[in-house]
Write a protein that binds this ligand. Sequence first.
Ligand SMILES: *Cc1c(COP(=O)(O)O)cnc(C)c1O
Length: 464
Amino acid sequence: MTYEYEALAEKSRKHLWNSFTQMQGYNEDLPVIIESGEGVKLRDVTGREFFDGVSSIWLNVHGHNVPELNEAIVAQLGKIAHSTILGMANVPAILVAEQIAKLTPNGLEKVFYSDSGATSVEIAIKMAFQYWQHKGKPEKQSFVTMNNAYHGDTIGAVSVGAIDLYHKAYSKLLFQAHRVEYPYCYRCPLGEELSSCAFACLQQVEQLLEEKGSEIAGFLIEPIVQGASGIITMPAGFLARLRELCTKYEVLMICDEVATGFGRTGKMFACEYDGVTPDIMCMGKGLTGGYLPVAATVTTDDVYEAFLGSYESKKTFFHGHSFAGNQLGCAAALANLELFEKRDLVRDVERKSEHVAHRLEQFLELKHVGDIRQRGFMIGIELVKDRETKAEYEWQEKIGLVVSRRSCELGMIIRPLGNVVVFMPPLSSTVEELDEMLDILYEAIVDITERGVKVRSEKLPYGL
Ligand SMILES: *Cc1c(COP(=O)(O)O)cnc(C)c1O
């Protein structure tokens, strides 16, 4: 079926309310309407092609329209699309759980399914909270989160979120969480220099845990890369120190690998950078190769066993989502993980990201590039008004959005985080494709920050 662009755009204006999008600007604009995808490219209904430079918001692994994934889903569809996981099981859900236990750091054994990153975090929060009741320490009720954290958009996940632009409006609806600094070393909140700081921000963490640890249930961490705050990267060894502190003060370490998991950072899971096993790990996004909404909260035997007891003990984890363990999604996840192995994809990303790092050196010479942060295929380029003083662009200038719009005009879809230009190509991107994408990225940044090129519409539709 082919659709006529104008008719669709009109229907869209009438009925569609998009995520994280200011609809006023969007509806005055000519939106991109995707019809199909192939490999690392998206095609819209008018036939224009774009590189998928943010992996359809950090999800995509092997590209689009991948025969192996398509076939796995079709084969599963011929059997059954969905049956419940409440009190019963299904074949692909069991097999994926086995794979997850195998791929995650040693000690993570039990897989609880849901359908989005946010729900995987909700589950982690409830699990940790109830764990301490079962362990006879019901006073352990609060959570620690890191400044500018993002863990999803449901109310529990927003309670442990800490990005004021997204979260402040709901503050009255939320439970309070303790906040500590994430090591944003380019603009150290404590005014330190990484070369000499000896992780001063960790002292703040230790002080909090020492004072309040007896009432803290869990500590939510985006390991190695804090994503939505602007691709902020942790220095080596930092996560390991957080693990030590959590252990010392008996706080469950909850690592949110929704963005970083499944090869995105050049390791299967980012925790591997510091050789850390969290008590609970959240995953989503790349689990199905970015195909279908499956998420998981993975934990240790210790946490799982705390919930065991007679029916009458009421220790059951009373939580579940209708589509948990969905067979089509789990079939896609299985095929995804098979491809990871067959293509040695994590090693491949590690290798290709060295090439990307090399190419990014050229960006660092640009007048308005302040900092470049990269772990694998997770890349943030922080634009600044003045490199010497690190003076920021005013947010009203929407510099990240304007650069992204220019990139779209040049043939690559990206989506910024404030003044940070984000580049997260599908993991399957070849070196040649990466080079083409980086050429577009470079042109877009130079066009906007140096050449004064105007984009088609200054009324940018995005909400970020
Ligand atoms: C995207 C993301 C989430 C939320 O996942 P959804 O599937 O969008 O609910 C949670 N945590 C992190 C770190 C993420 O990047």
